[in-house]
Write a protein that binds this ligand. Structure first.
Ligand SMILES: C[S@@+](CC[C@H](N)C(=O)[O-])C[C@H]1O[C@@H](n2cnc3c(N)ncnc32)[C@H](O)[C@@H]1O
Length: 239
């Protein structure tokens, strides 16, 4: 994803609320009024993440890119279920999802999270380094597609949440550094329903997501399922 160097803007990213041009479908039931109910019946995010999410939305453009309470608790739960030793994240942004996944790691576990936008570092590094799970997180500024393979780490789990236009490229990199039996989570794979809306046929991000979904659907190396949570979350297992 490219960025406008003057104002930290994520070029090519359209925030969820601006993308919403049609009535909400059943794909995003938690956004139709049930979200407060859901949030009051799941684990709390805790004071630190609450403050991080608030600061993200006050100080950063497109603050809603951050995972938030519901997806954050899901990520932590998935980490607890998968029990990875090494996690790769593509797209740190403010660090919200990184901290959530790191919370789920067992002792000795490590999360490597990449952020391509170097202007993000001043905001994100103090939040990651000040978090209770700082010792489990390696925050790296750089393009994950280029830099992650250089780590020489074989990952047990990966979270793809970077530029939607390069999801296929990102996925191919991730599959190469993932162990057999490892899991990939890919965020935003329904793109607010635009993947099935012909009005978005020329939108580069919608096209990127559609290419990714088609690519994964045909990939014989993996098993996959799409969860219609939030903006769509695909769970993939490398055979
Ligand atoms: C949706 S935000 C990430 C949100 C974060 N994962 C969360 O859930 O809280 C996407 C971020 O990915 C970054 N990004 C895009 N392409 C990237 C790449 N190839 N490598 C690393 N970061 C990337 C963008 O700069 C942006 O900050």
């Amino acid at each position: 994803m490219q960025h406008n160097s003057s104002d930290n803007e994520v070029v090519g990213y359209t925030p969820l609320e601006s993308r919403r041009s049609t009535p909400l479908s059943s794909l995003s039931v938690e956004q139709e009024g049930a979200l407060p109910y859901i949030l009051s019946h799941i684990d709390p995010e805790g004071d630190y993440l609450y403050r991080l999410y608030r600061a993200t939305n006050i100080h950063l453009l497109h603050g809603r890119m951050a995972s938030g309470h519901l997806q954050g608790r899901l990520l932590r739960m998935l980490v607890r279920m998968i029990r990875p030793r090494y996690i790769l994240e593509v797209g740190t942004f403010s660090g919200y999802s990184a901290i959530c996944m790191a919370e789920g790691l067992e002792p000795g576990g490590r999360l490597y999270t990449f952020e391509i936008n170097d202007e993000q570092e001043d905001f994100t590094r103090p939040w990651i380094e000040g978090s209770p799970v700082a010792d489990r997180i390696e925050f790296i500024i750089g393009d994950a597609i280029v830099q992650a393979p250089k780590l020489g780490v074989t990952f047990d789990m990966a979270f793809i949440d970077g530029d939607k236009r390069t999801y296929v490229e990102t996925y191919e990199m991730v599959i190469n550094v993932l162990r057999p039996g490892g899991f990939v989570l890919a965020d935003n794979t329904l793109w607010d329903g635009h993947v099935v809306d012909p009005a978005y046929d020329r939108d580069p991000q919608t096209r990127g997501i559609r290419l990714f979904n088609d690519h994964v659907a045909r990939d014989t190396r993996v098993e996959r399922v799409i969860l219609p949570l939030r903006d769509g979350l695909t769970l993939i297992r490398k055979k």
